[in-house]
Design a protein around this ligand. Structure first.
Ligand code: ZN
Length: 161
């Protein structure tokens, strides 16, 4: 396996500090992996600034790669274009739902979203779409709190950003 592929594989093992079932690759935080001689350069775009996890990505990625024998790791952080929930992979959305968090149901480029209307969110427990928003803010600023009208369970919805 070539080194770049190996590094992508390793990065898939680095969990999001906040939602450990998702890796930094699932989240779309890792944008690019470059190899200059024996120096690895990883370009990341952290998730939105409201999240406490923001500065942890860099440390987590570095220490995980170093544990796996890659000593020279440089992290380049770019903020533009800004991270958006559109970058979540399909696998990430499935993992989120299994974890009990409803994944974003639309793209930020959708008209519906731009107009600021409430999306139809599916309950991660019973899959009912008969749900309502309780609060704009869930356990963290990146989530909204919903409740299912069928199974009555409250759940977090990962907001489109
Ligand atoms: Zn339900």
């Amino acid at each position: 396996m070539d080194t770049i592929k190996k590094i992508w594989k390793l990065l898939e093992q680095v969990p999001d500090p906040e939602i450990p079932v998702l890796s930094v690759v699932d989240l779309g935080v890792v944008r690019k992996v470059n190899l200059n001689n024996d120096e690895i350069e990883i370009t990341i775009t952290p998730t939105y600034s409201g999240c406490p996890a923001m500065n942890q990505f860099e440390d987590d990625i570095k220490s995980y790669l170093q544990k796996n024998g890659f000593q020279k790791v440089i992290i380049k952080t770019i903020y533009s274009p800004a991270w958006t929930s559109d970058w979540l992979t399909e696998k990430a959305k499935e993992k989120l739902e299994q974890y009990g968090i409803a994944p974003p149901v639309e793209k930020t480029t959708d008209k519906h979203f731009i107009l600021g209307k409430q999306p139809t969110v599916r309950c991660p427990q019973c899959k009912s779409t008969n749900t309502k928003m309780i609060s704009q803010f869930g356990s963290t600023a990146c989530k909204a709190l919903y409740q299912c009208n069928d199974c009555k369970e409250p759940f977090d919805y990962f907001k489109c950003l």
